[in-house]
Design a protein around this ligand. Structure first.
Ligand code: SAM
Length: 260
């Protein structure tokens, strides 16, 4: 056992039933490769590498990477930061059209990992990840709830999220301060084109709207509408970000760009 490093989000899974439940939750297609984020001491990695031959695991802690190379010889361990990984290069190297990604995430970078996967959506078939329970609740949140925000819209525009099960704090060492849950994101084979809108513009719009979520969109988007030289459509001006469904943001982006 390695001495856990808190700043790397190291909370190692100890319970074989939980481990099996997480590994059983992925449903990769035959041609998919499987990639694990943050294998740590290998709680999930042993089972995963037995089941899937096109498999890689990305781990930042050199002590863990070395341990895995000893305990699981022949398994592809990429030593480095998951946020530096090119999913396209990895898919090419694993000779897979799409990747199925799994992991008990380092919670301190959950959102960044999610956005990196969403940016690579055409290359991703499915994601099964453990995260802080409150973040999981945000991914599946509906409009007009306090959990609904940037992450909900971003995720729901590219994938179908499902909260699979909560996980007790007692199955980790060390026991984390927060509650956890496992989530599955299923990506469609053919991605939504979102009216041809540049995804960066769409994300910027969503961010601006939610950054001042208590304000009406007329106010929260005033800098953007001024920059584009357009007015918001009538039916949107007095609404707030949390009242718009993910598709409404797409419609709004299309309108703004067409009218500009
Ligand atoms: N999979 C193991 C388990 O379930 O017991 C470990 C999970 S632990 C919550 C998160 C793992 O992610 C740790 O092994 C940590 O070193 C690794 N990690 C942290 N930051 C990382 C990063 N930026 N890139 C890759 N791995 C990272």
């Amino acid at each position: 056992m390695l001495k856990p490093i808190k700043r790397l989000g190291q909370n190692f899974l100890q319970d074989p039933n939980t481990i099996r439940k997480i590994v059983d939750a992925i449903t990769p297609a035959a041609e998919d490769a499987v990639v694990e984020i943050g294998p740590g001491t290998g709680a999930l990695t042993g089972l995963l590498s037995q089941r899937y031959h096109r498999f890689s695991a990305i781990e930042i802690d050199p002590r863990a990477a070395e341990l895995l190379r000893e305990t699981l010889p022949g398994v592809d361990i990429i030593e480095g930061d998951v946020l530096d990984v090119s999913w396209a290069d990895l898919a090419t190297r694993l000779e897979a059209p799409r990747l199925c990604v799994i992991g008990n995430l380092p919670y301190y970078i959950t959102s960044q990992i999610l956005f990196s996967l969403l940016d690579a959506a055409p290359l991703i078939s499915e994601v099964v990840i453990m995260m802080q329970y409150e973040v999981a609740a945000r991914l599946i949140a509906s409009p007009r709830t306090k959990e609904y925000g940037i992450l909900s819209v971003a995720v729901q525009l590219s994938a179908t999220p499902k909260l699979l099960f909560p996980v007790s704090r007692n199955v980790f060492y060390p026991r984390p301060d927060v509650r956890s849950a496992v989530v599955r994101l299923s990506f469609p084979e053919k991605l939504e084109e979102h009216g041809g809108v540049d995804p960066k513009f769409l994300r910027r719009l969503v961010r601006m709207a939610f950054n001042q979520r208590r304000k009406t969109l007329r106010n929260s988007l005033s800098a953007l509408t001024a920059e584009l030289g357009v007015a918001l459509p009538e039916n949107v001006t007095s609404r707030r970000a949390e009242e718009l469904a993910p598709e409404d943001f797409v419609d709004l982006a299309v309108y703004l760009l067409r009218t500009a």
